[in-house]
Design a protein around this ligand. Structure first.
Ligand code: GLN
Length: 191
């Protein structure tokens, strides 16, 4: 099983090592032809405006939409969640527009720009450690979307079939169980 990490900007190296720890081969992806033999892809955190611009500059928009149409799983974390969203609160433009969620950027307010917490995630036995950095939240989900985690009242992780999104950075902790969850998803869709 081979999983790519979109390496245009953001927390790439951490995802690569987490994915390896979760038992998959992990490679950075800088060119569209590198998508060909992947079973799944992670879009990392960083700055969604920058990642979105680089996706367009390097011609990734259509190849990534096809990737998703072929039901190859994609996991967006933080900025990656915004890249996946079909709707972004307060702005007309979206990026890939693949997942039926409305993302609200920088949604936790100034005093809570970054924080860490233990989070109960559906499908994972015990709470996982989650790091939030100028994180988006999911304001609304469509019918086919399963909410996997909430922080207070806010949705911070969700899944729609082969698409997985988390507001936080699961790669910045020692806890790789969400990467194991994604690896299981990829295995399922590959079969
Ligand atoms: N605030 C960033 C954005 O809007 C996301 C932050 C992150 O990925 N840590 O793109």
């Amino acid at each position: 099983m081979k999983i790519g990490v979109l390496a245009l900007q953001g927390a790439v190296a951490e995802h690569l090592s987490m994915m390896e720890r979760a038992g998959a081969e992990a490679v950075p992806v800088k060119r569209t032809d590198e998508l060909a033999d992947l079973d799944g892809l992670i879009i990392p955190g960083g700055e969604s405006t920058t990642i979105g611009k680089l996706i367009r500059t390097y011609g990734f928009t259509e190849p990534l939409r096809s990737f998703s149409q072929e039901r190859r799983p994609i996991f967006g974390t933080c900025a990656g969640l915004i890249i996946l969203a079909k709707e972004i609160a307060g702005q007309a433009d979206t990026h890939l527009g693949l997942m039926d969620i409305r993302a609200a950027r920088n949604a936790f307010g100034r005093q809570r720009e970054s924080f860490e917490t233990d989070l109960a995630v559906k499908g994972i036995d015990d709470p996982i450690r989650a790091v939030f950095i100028r994180a988006p939240l999911i304001e609304q989900v469509g019918e086919g979307v399963e909410v996997l985690a909430t922080h207070r009242e806010d949705i911070v992780a969700a899944r729609e079939e082969h698409l997985l999104a988390a507001s936080f950075h699961p790669e910045l902790t020692e806890d790789h169980r969400l990467h194991v969850y994604f690896a299981d998803m990829v295995r399922q869709y590959r079969a």
